[in-house]
Design a protein around this ligand. Structure first.
Ligand SMILES: NC(=O)c1ccc[n+]([C@@H]2O[C@H](COP(=O)([O-])OP(=O)(O)OC[C@H]3O[C@@H](n4cnc5c(N)ncnc54)[C@H](O)[C@@H]3O)[C@@H](O)[C@H]2O)c1
Length: 259
């Protein structure tokens, strides 16, 4: 299926690794122009260079997304290079484990900045360009907002905000022909996930227990599985879909995990 994404300029936050990197690579396969905004400059440059080597396009604008000035500068850099934006994937984030016992006012607010505030800010900065292109926004979200996890007040609250913003913003920009959808992730095998697993005692045993609770195939989803759905939602092939939450999670959230 031709997704008709050739030469579409798509901003991907956190595109240097994990789910974001997979989205960037799938977009490049479709001959789109993924534009990575990420704080990890060496990794982002590696991703871009590997794509350019195989005659694909990719652009990098460095920013720490918790800094509003850097967010604005990154979007300005993309606009001055391409003069348009056709799509946005808000993806960067970190489950920083800010709960009650280990938390504080400052750490909770920082968690919201790491995970939700830039979802608003980047969308606000690109909205006028997306209205011109009738573009599409995909917000990558976590099941933690729906299922709860414990010790994650900041991250869970931020993910509640991500989902709510997806709904209200879909309503707000609908008249301009811009669509907004959410892709909800549960357990996905990324560098961040591997790092978290290795903080546990007996990571292999823990992973076996987690896998046993994932209804489809008893395994985690792959970043590529998240990317396939995301790229479809960015394309005009999903033109009838707006304001939806897609759980790409092997049935983790909606199917009974007790059997
Ligand atoms: N992996 C999972 O199981 C899982 C589950 C639910 C939701 N998610 C969500 O998916 C998204 C991606 O997660 P991942 O597992 O691929 O993570 P990852 O850590 O492997 O990759 C995240 C990328 O975002 C970048 N980034 C993080 N904070 C940034 C900041 N402040 N400024 C600029 N760049 C920043 C990192 O440098 C990195 O390149 C996150 O928002 C996370 O909440 C992941």
């Amino acid at each position: 299926m031709d997704l008709k994404l050739k030469d579409k300029v798509i901003v991907v936050t956190g595109g240097a690794r994990g789910i974001g990197e997979s989205i960037v690579r799938k977009l490049a396969e479709e001959d789109a122009i993924p534009c990575i905004i990420d704080v990890n400059e060496p990794l982002a440059n590696q991703v871009c260079a590997s794509l350019i080597r195989i005659n694909k396009k990719c652009f990098f604008a460095g920013a720490d997304l918790t800094d509003a000035v850097q967010c604005r500068q990154a979007i300005e850099k993309i606009i001055s290079r391409y003069q348009k934006i056709d799509g946005l994937v808000n993806n960067a984030g970190l489950n920083d484990g800010i709960g009650l016992e280990e938390g504080s006012y400052d750490r909770f607010i920082h968690s919201l900045k790491l995970n939700a505030v830039h979802y608003y800010l980047i969308t606000e900065l690109v909205q006028s360009f997306l209205k011109l292109s009738k573009g599409s926004i995909v917000n990558i979200c976590s099941k933690v907002a729906e299922t709860g996890q414990g010790d994650t007040s900041g991250y869970a609250a931020a993910n509640g905000m991500r989902l709510e913003m997806s709904t209200v913003e879909a309503r707000e920009v609908i008249a301009a022909g811009v669509r907004v959808n959410a892709v909800v992730v549960a357990e996905c095998a990324t560098p961040q996930y591997e790092w978290w697993l290795n903080t546990l005692t007996d990571p292999e045993g823990q992973l076996r227990k987690i896998n046993a609770k994932i209804p489809l195939y008893n395994r985690r989803t792959s970043p590529d599985e998240i990317a396939e759905t995301t790229v479809f939602l960015l394309s005009e092939k999903s033109s009838g879909i707006n304001g939806e939450f897609f759980h790409v999670d092997g049935g983790y959230v909606h199917l009974d995990r007790s059997i």
